[in-house]
Design a protein around this ligand. Structure first.
Ligand code: SF4
Ligand code: SF4
Length: 215
């Protein structure tokens, strides 16, 4: 009899514990339901790609000198530079240029090493196509101006986390004129170069300070 009552008591205590844990779990869940979802509602909302985002490559036919550096630095020798030698002028004549974005890994090597800056990376990332051959862009397709998230009237552009004002985590409802957290690259460069000048003068002093700090 006593054993049975103990079992009933244990069972009741376990049931109450489980109910309390469940209630705690539900309270956390309901608390999350009170918060605004931090979800980007694509395609009506889009994040603005960062300054150095590596999207679709833009190409300027008039600037290209057919040097083929882009081919040599590409991990898969992807750009196709179609040129012929003009024997009269003894100069290369560019016929066509193409990059197959079905194969490109958007590493940006070609852009980095092009001597005439005729290649650049755009912020365009929506390249989906039904036919893989239509991803092979010729010089005309490569030369088109890229689409921009900020100029599309049907899209609400949202800032990425690093571009939000200090303390903001959610891009929704942040006024466009509020400054981003941290400094702009030009300001960072200023702070990097100006102390360098002053530290060059006080080099002995700062090295002594560093030693003291280490000690
Ligand atoms: S590196 Fe630049 S200039 Fe040279 S072939 Fe490639 S795109 Fe043209
Ligand atoms: S981005 Fe990279 S993979 Fe694509 S063409 Fe340029 S070098 Fe080649």
């Amino acid at each position: 009899m006593f054993g049975f009552l103990k079992q009933v008591g244990d069972y009741t205590r376990d049931a109450v514990d489980a109910a309390r844990n469940l209630a705690q779990g539900f309270s956390v869940t309901f608390d999350h339901m009170q918060r605004r979802p931090v979800t980007v509602q694509y395609p009506y909302e889009k994040l603005i790609p960062s300054e150095r985002y590596r999207g679709r490559i833009h190409y300027e036919f008039d600037k290209c000198i057919a040097c083929e550096v882009c081919v040599r630095v590409c991990p898969i020798n992807l750009p196709v530079v179609d040129w012929v030698m003009n024997k009269a002028t003894k100069k290369k004549e560019l016929r066509n240029y193409s990059i197959d974005f079905g194969v490109c890994i958007f590493c940006g090597n070609c852009v980095e090493y092009c001597p005439t800056n005729c290649l650049s990376m755009t912020e365009e990332y929506e390249l989906a196509a039904f036919d893989r051959h239509s991803l092979n862009y010729d010089n005309v397709a490569l030369g088109r101006l890229p689409t921009s998230v900020t100029t599309d009237p049907s899209v609400v552009p949202l800032r990425e986390l690093a571009y939000l004002p200090a303390g903001e985590m959610d891009p929704h409802g942040v006024a466009a004129d509020r400054p981003r957290a941290g400094q702009l690259p030009s300001q960072v460069l200023e702070t990097l170069t100006s102390p360098a000048k002053s530290s060059a003068k006080n080099e002995g002093q700062s090295s002594n300070e560093a030693k003291e700090g280490d000690a």
